[in-house]
Design a protein around this ligand. Structure first.
Ligand code: RP5
Length: 167
């Protein structure tokens, strides 16, 4: 199976990005995570994107905050799917990163998840790889089934609480 790249603009993004790594680990998907910046290390970011397919990656997840050009710069240098995670930060609360990541010009797509939506970025990347991987498709189906069971249990607990109030 192809690997997933998790690229972040700064190590300060890791507390949010960590849940993407955890989700990929749960699904037993190989990944590499590293810091690369569209502004502070632009040439290294471009080189990474240009070689990513040849280096065995299938999807790139790119997380950045503030003037978040990382996902767009990577997407402009590869035809692998790029998923952007806008990181929330003090000041504009992540709206800056959201707009910088999502408003791509025609021809260079970035699939943008919610502000700090790291876990969904990992799930979307997994769904892309699952197009050609039956084991992963089954694992994703199981994850959805577990989620539905958890919601049913929460609802049962809520009903018990409501019954106690009305007694
Ligand atoms: C962005 O600037 C990074 O992705 C990070 O979210 C933000 C702040 O970076 P640091 O100053 O914490 O390194 O490029």
């Amino acid at each position: 199976m192809k690997k997933i790249a998790i690229i972040m603009g700064s190590d300060s993004d890791w507390p949010v990005v960590q849940s993407a790594a955890e989700t990929l680990q749960k699904l037993e998907i190989s990944f590499e995570a590293r810091v690369l910046s569209a502004h502070r290390t632009p040439l290294a970011a471009i080189e990474f994107a240009r070689n990513a397919r040849e280096n065995g990656f299938g999807v790139i997840i790119a997380a950045a905050g503030r003037a978040a050009h990382l996902a767009g710069v990577l997407a402009g240098n590869t035809t692998l799917p790029v998923i952007g995670i806008p990181i929330g930060s003090v000041g504009l609360g992540g709206m800056d990163a959201l707009l910088s990541t999502v408003q791509m010009p025609s021809g260079i797509p970035v699939a943008t998840v919610a502000i700090d939506g790291a876990s969904n970025a990992a799930l979307l990347a997994a769904e892309m790889l699952a197009l050609s991987d039956k084991r992963l498709e089954t694992a994703l189906d199981q994850m959805r089934a577990d989620m539905a069971t958890a919601v049913e249990k929460k609802n049962e607990k809520l009903q018990e609480k409501i019954q106690k109030i009305s007694l």
